[in-house]
Design a protein around this ligand. Structure first.
Ligand code: M6P
Ligand code: ZN
Length: 183
């Protein structure tokens, strides 16, 4: 049996070989324009890793009916008062849904619908989050250790980063006197 180790998960099914695992890293320099405090961002080391994603892609991107799975490791940190977070995205096929679940560490899943209503769900080991279609999603690490979460999404969902790059999320998760607060 193949045993493939991608961060915290052992795949023991013969169908799951390591060849389909794609690993990527986002450093601070990849997140230009994402954080509010430009001055704080400007002073930070752009080579610093913010998160790693290991994606298991058993079928080709855009295949209808398949599923993808990913494990994201998001480091603790802040840019000014804003917590380290993922870029966040809508799906290109906008009605596609997704599951996120917490594996390690503490944080929040930040969600925004098409009317730009924003809300957040606390993430912790074992937390489960259903992200409906047409809802943008990003994760912030509010703790002092790494935050690890898994995701499962349809293979024809795709990533729409442009909408977030243009208009951002309507609210941000910041540290207000030590308390994570949506502002
Ligand atoms: C999860 C999934 C992936 C996504 C990753 C990082 O693992 O939703 O599809 O790529 O998080 O999030 P983002 O792409 O927004 O940086
Ligand atoms: Zn998604």
């Amino acid at each position: 049996t193949n045993k493939v180790f991608i961060p915290e998960v052992f795949f023991t099914n013969d169908c799951l070989t390591g060849e389909d695992v794609v690993k990527s890293t986002r450093v601070l320099g990849d997140l230009d324009g994402v954080f509010q405090d430009k001055e704080a961002y400007g002073k930070m080391n752009k080579e610093q890793a913010v998160y790693h994603v290991s994606s298991y892609l058993p079928v080709l991107e855009n295949t209808p009916g398949g599923l993808f799975m990913g494990i994201t490791t998001l480091y603790p940190g802040k840019v000014g008062q804003e917590y380290f977070m993922t870029k966040g995205h809508f799906h290109s096929n906008s009605d596609r849904a997704e599951f996120y679940w917490g594996v390690e560490g503490e944080g929040f899943l930040i969600l925004m619908d098409e009317r730009r209503n924003v809300w957040a769900e606390r993430m912790f080991p074992g937390s489960l989050h259903y992200i409906p279609g047409k809802v943008a999603h990003r994760v912030a690490n509010t703790g002092y250790q790494k935050l690890v979460f898994s995701a499962c999404w349809p293979s024809d969902a795709g990533h729409d980063y442009a909408t977030i790059a243009d208009a951002g999320f309507a609210r941000r998760l910041v540290d207000v006197n030590g308390v994570p607060t949506l502002v």
